[in-house]
Ligand binder design. Structure first.
Ligand code: ZN
Length: 246
C-alpha cells in the first residue's frame, strides 16, 4: 500500500494538479491520499482543491486555516493579509465544502502512523520548527511515526538516543529512506505555499509494505496562480511569496 502524503495545499489547484500528475497513476503508483490539513486559505481555488481531493480516496485532517474558514478560530492572531484571505475564502466556499471542512478530524491514528496538522500535542496550532519542540512532542503520541504539516517545510525529526534528544534531517529528494522503527516526526512540506525558500511544490510517497518514505519536489506554474489571485484582489504579499517560497 502506497500513500501520497500531501499537506498545506492552501487553495492552490495548479500546484495540486502538478503534484498529482507527478505522483503518477492512482491504483498503480499510489493507492490512497493522506492530507495533513490546510486545504484552503491564502490561495484562489478553495472549492476546486476540496473537490479534487474528494475525487480521490483520501483521509484529510483539519488545519488551522480550515478552521479559520469555518469561523471556528479567533483570527485576531492572524496578520492582516491572512485575515483578508480568510474572509474571502469563507465567502467563496460552497455550503457542501464548508460541511466537508466541518467534518474533518484533528488527529487520526492508522497502523504505525499518527496524523496531525501542527503537532500531536496541539494538533491544530503548534508549529514544530526545531528539534527542541519536536522532542517535547514525542510523548504525546503512541505510534513510531507522526506525520505533520503546518510549517510548510519538509523535514524529519528523529529521536536520537534514549534521553529525549532529537535531530533534524533535511530532505533528500527522489530517494527512498527506510523507516527503521525509531520514533520520528515527519513533515512532507507544502504543496501550495512552500516556505523553505524553494517555490517548488513538496510532497512525499509513503510505502507501508516496504516502510519507505520518499520526498519529491516539483516546479509548477505559479504565475497562473498569481493571476487568479490578482483577479480576486488578494493581498500583494500573498501573491508575491509564491515565487520565492517563503
Ligand atoms: Zn498551512
Amino acid at each position: 500500500m502506497r500513500y501520497l502524503v500531501i499537506s498545506d495545499l492552501h487553495a492552490n489547484l495548479t500546484a495540486l494538479e502538478t503534484v498529482l500528475a507527478d505522483a503518477g497513476q492512482l491504483g498503480q503508483d499510489y493507492d490512497f491520499v493522506w492530507c495533513l490539513g490546510d486545504v484552503v486559505g491564502y490561495g484562489p481555488d478553495p472549492n476546486e482543491c476540496i473537490d479534487r481531493l474528494r475525487s480521490l480516496p483520501h483521509l484529510c485532517i483539519a488545519g488551522n486555516h480550515d478552521w479559520a474558514a469555518l469561523g471556528r478560530l479567533d483570527i485576531r492572531t492572524f496578520n492582516a493579509d491572512a485575515r483578508k484571505a480568510v474572509g474571502w475564502t469563507r465567502e467563496t466556499l460552497t455550503d457542501e465544502n464548508l460541511a466537508f471542512l466541518e467534518a474533518l478530524p484533528i488527529t487520526f491514528v492508522l497502523g504505525d502512523f499518527t496524523l496531525a496538522h501542527g503537532s500531536p500535542r496541539e494538533p491544530v496550532w503548534e508549529y514544530i520548527l526545531d528539534p527542541l519542540i519536536a522532542a517535547l512532542n514525542f510523548s504525546y503520541y503512541q505510534t513510531p511515526y507522526c506525520l505533520v504539516g503546518h510549517t510548510h517545510t519538509p523535514v524529519i525529526f528523529r529521536m536520537a538516543g534514549d534521553r529525549g534528544e532529537c535531530d533534524a534531517v533535511a530532505p533528500e529528494y527522489n530517494m527512498r529512506v527506510r523507516l527503521n522503527g525509531s520514533r520520528q516526526i515527519i513533515n512532507p512540506g507544502s504543496v501550495g505555499q512552500p516556505r523553505d525558500s524553494d517555490p517548488r511544490a513538496s510532497y512525499a510517497i509513503l510505502d507501508v509494505d516496504n516502510m519507505t518514505w520518499e520526498y519529491r519536489r516539483i516546479p509548477y506554474d505559479y504565475k497562473l496562480v498569481q493571476q487568479r489571485m490578482e483577479r480576486s484582489d488578494m493581498p500583494e504579499r500573498l501573491i508575491n511569496r509564491l515565487e520565492h517560497g517563503w
